[in-house]
Design a protein around this ligand. Structure first.
Ligand SMILES: Cc1ncc(C[n+]2csc(CCOP(=O)(O)OP(=O)(O)O)c2C)c(N)n1
Ligand SMILES: [Mg+2]
Length: 557
């Protein structure tokens, strides 16, 4: 069966049989993927999941586009769903349930507790007359609460063609149109006072800046009050084209970013929840922290988020502070800020993110050098998609790439989903064999769902998969080594990923020399098939984030 859903809600979802057999579909990993490029749009992605012989089967669809996907076990949902919950991705999963009228069904399983344990919402759609209400409710909750909803429909009920409660009224008809949240003038005045007096202010932007279309207003505010700019990891690239953009704040700091934050006196955080990884002020202890967000919580990930809270939509709030500065100081009159300088702009433009030296064995590469070489040849309008593990740090330091072309979901910290994320981006971009997508994934994470290469081949998407191959679970063996524990169980060798790609009918190359990258990329871009680069990197180079984790102990801030 197929389920067509329209995320623009112009059409009614309909359920029609297609005759596709369970064996034809195989796969879930793509489950989370199409929702990923949506956060900035705050529209739900649509996924389809059917219980069927031998596996939980998942299809994913976006805006009426359907993707047959590959088979998998429920376990995978158990990492994709909590990741979507924590990342607040609006998403509807269409899930089959065993037939409600059957006396016996071999694969009966109570899905609801599995789903709700992840924090996702479960709707057991067991009443045929209410079927369309369930569908509307699923979309309503996904959008309103920005979390995944699993809609469980028994297999036999899926075959019922006519629903009583037609015509369908979309969830959009019930979405309250309340406009943007405006801030309290008193707290705005407090923020204005702090910013006017700040000598070393920094403005930190998160996904909320993208969501409310506040980027230009935030830049204007930073220029007005002489602040530096920076962003959270999910909003990587938000201020990539600004001369005072410091890049990522928190555990993925550049060394210069960390240095500048250490002396900051005011940090204005806009459109970010200020999660554990931004550090709760751990990295900028001296600063007065002002959080401008539509849902500030105070206590976030076990830490105090800020000192002053401005509850507001990012755009309206930034404009209000800007107007407040002009009113307090006089139009165009400078604040006390003295953090911007020509020298600093030069350092931002030229200093490498991390220049810690390492001994690199012959035949393997420094991942930082690999990323620089790839960054130099991949056009800036290509999507960069990133999986997990230790390798995920290095590519975040690519330059001149906008946040809208960067996709990662690091919430919940599950490795192995990178290929699924890239498939989702490919499906959403709908560029087929002309896809402009580069995936960075660890060798271990890639092997978790290597079967998705078959989905990739069958769908005809073009993705360049850069496997950052350090011969094992780097994130694990670096910590084991630091603790003086035998790392051998985390080192599994360097499988010939390029040959695995060829086995699936895709292209593959091993890379042990960065000088081949320009030619290899030109060849890749001139044809229409996906390709794996099995990039042999050193297992000695550690990212600053893992050096920091090792120093303070995992889970301690
Ligand atoms: C689903 C899941 N399984 C296991 C882990 C534990 N884990 C964290 S990082 C990591 C290593 C990943 O290896 P790879 O993809 O090669 O990336 P690397 O760290 O080597 O760069 C593992 C196994 C996890 N976070 N999530
Ligand atoms: Mg690895």
């Amino acid at each position: 069966m197929a389920w067509r859903a329209s995320t623009n809600c112009a059409q009614a979802p309909t359920i029609t049989p297609t005759g596709r057999s369970a064996l034809d579909i195989n796969a879930l990993a793509a489950i989370i993927a199409p929702a990923l490029i949506l956060p900035s749009l705050f529209r739900p992605g649509v996924k389809k999941l059917i219980t069927a012989p031998g596996a939980l089967l998942i299809n994913c669809a976006l805006s009426g586009v359907e993707l047959p996907s590959n088979s998998t076990v429920p376990l995978l949902v158990m990492t994709a769903l909590p990741a979507a919950v924590r990342a607040r991705l609006p998403m509807v999963v269409f899930a089959g349930e065993s037939p409600i009228n059957a006396k016996f069904y071999n694969q009966y399983i109570d899905q609801a507790p599995l789903v709700t344990a992840t924090g996702a919402h479960y709707i057991a759609a067991h009443s045929v007359p209410r079927m369309m209400d369930y569908v509307r409710e699923a979309f309503h909750i996904a959008k309103y609460e920005r979390r995944p909803v699993v809609l469980g429909i028994p297999y036999d009920l899926q075959k019922v063609e006519h629903m009583a409660n037609q015509p369908y009224e979309t969830s959009a008809m019930y979405q309250p149109k309340v406009g943007r949240t405006h801030p309290d003038p008193e707290v705005v005045a407090e923020a204005v006072e702090r910013l006017a007096a700040a000598k070393r202010p920094i403005i930190l932007g998160g996904r909320g800046v993208l969501g409310s279309g506040a980027r230009d207003a935030v830049i204007k505010l930073a220029d007005r009050c002489g602040a530096l700019l920076s962003n959270t990891l999910p909003a990587r690239g938000l201020f990539h084209d600004h001369p005072f953009g410091l890049g990522i704040t928190g555990s993925y700091f550049t060394s210069l970013g960390r240095e500048m934050y250490e002396s900051a006196d005011v940090v204005l955080a806009v459109g970010t929840s200020l999660s554990y990884y931004v550090g709760g002020g751990h990295y900028f202890a001296k600063a007065c922290k002002i959080q401008l967000d539509d849902a500030p919580r105070g206590l976030r990930d076990g830490q105090k988020a800020a000192d002053i809270y401005v509850r507001s939509d990012a755009l309206v709030g930034a404009e209000a502070i800007l107007a407040g500065l002009d009113k307090t100081l006089g139009v165009g009159k400078p604040t006390a800020a003295a953090i911007r300088s020509k020298e600093l702009a030069h350092r931002i433009a030229t200093e490498p993110a991390d220049s810690m030296p390492f001994d690199i064995a012959p035949g393997v590469l420094d991942p930082r050098e690999v990323i620089r070489a790839i960054d130099a040849v991949v056009p800036k309008d290509w999507d960069i998609v990133v999986g997990g593990g230790h390798q995920a740090y290095f590519n975040t330091q690519m330059r001149g790439r906008p946040a809208e072309r960067y996709t990662t979901v690091r919430e919940f910290g599950a490795v192995g989903n990178g290929l699924s994320y890239a498939l989702g981006v490919a499906a959403a971009r709908w560029q087929g064999g002309e896809g402009k997508i580069v995936l960075f994934e660890g060798d271990g994470g890639l092997l978790f769902h290597i079967q998705e290469l078959e989905t990739l081949k069958r769908q005809g998407f073009r993705i360049l998969i850069c496997a950052m191959n350090d011969g094992g679970y780097g994130s694990e063996f670096h910590k084991l080594r630091a603790d003086g524990i035998d790392d051998s169980l985390a080192v599994f060798g360097r499988p010939a990923l390029e040959n695995i790609a060829r086995g699936f009918g895709l292209r593959g190359h091993e890379i042990r020399d960065v000088s081949v990258i320009p030619k290899l990329f030109a060849d890749f871009a001139a044809q229409g098939e996906s390709e794996i680069w099995n990039i042999q990197i050193s297992d000695q180079v550690t990212a600053p984030v893992i050096r920091q984790t090792i120093k303070r102990g995992h889970g301690n801030m």
